[in-house]
Write a protein that binds this ligand. Structure first.
Ligand code: 5GP
Ligand code: MG
Length: 176
């Protein structure tokens, strides 16, 4: 598979992904029973994860979207984070962040800080992927589908220059 002149090979099949997403949903259905959590989806990458996960959620739940395009743009727009799609009152809400992949953790770290200051009752984190780290994050990834090596991936919502988000499977860059 080739995108933007870069060769990729399949890493995770849609069936494995689906199985893991269902497992996460089952845990959320149990752990949030009696609560009405707010799923907060980080666009663009997490749209496919959010769609698949939400179809397996059996408890009452809300969904909202925020767009964090990159670490750089987050640095420059950090102060107006709540203006980018987050127009509801978060006080007392049980929030579950949905992210596609956590790499350095910068994106999620910043969002966690903002949300905890917003008066939310609780904030948890769900991600399809994280990359193996020598130093672990200081925050837990409460619901994680897969841990991968420190490699670049596309598919299942994740892109290279905007391409590849539509792929059902997850692909990894092949070293030349
Ligand atoms: P962070 O380093 O802040 O955890 O991740 C920065 C952003 O880069 C995240 O929004 C994440 O979606 C994206 N990202 C990190 N690793 C990869 C990757 O391997 N492939 C793609 N397509 N996006 C990635
Ligand atoms: Mg992302």
């Amino acid at each position: 598979m080739n995108l933007q002149g870069i060769t990729f090979e399949k890493l995770l099949d849609q069936e494995e992904i689906s199985e893991q997403i269902k497992r996460l949903a089952r845990r959320i259905n149990v752990e949030y029973k009696g609560k009405d959590p707010l799923f907060l989806v980080i666009l663009n990458g997490a749209f496919m994860f959010a769609s698949d996960l939400m179809k397996e959620i059996r408890i009452n739940a809300r969904i909202s979207f925020i767009k964090l395009s990159s670490y750089e743009s987050m640095e420059s727009t950090g102060e107006v984070l709540e203006l980018i799609g987050l127009n509801e009152d978060l006080s007392g809400q049980d929030i579950i962040i949905l992210e596609d992949i956590i790499d350095s953790g910068t994106t999620v770290r910043k969002l966690l800080t903002e949300l905890k200051a917003s008066g939310a009752a609780s904030v948890k984190l769900a991600s399809v992927l994280t990359k193996k780290k020598t130093v672990p994050f200081e925050f837990p990834i409460d619901y994680l589908a897969f841990e991968i090596e420190n490699e670049f991936v596309v598919g299942y919502g994740m892109d290279i220059d905007g391409l590849g988000r539509n792929l059902k499977d997850i692909y990894v860059r092949v070293a030349d």
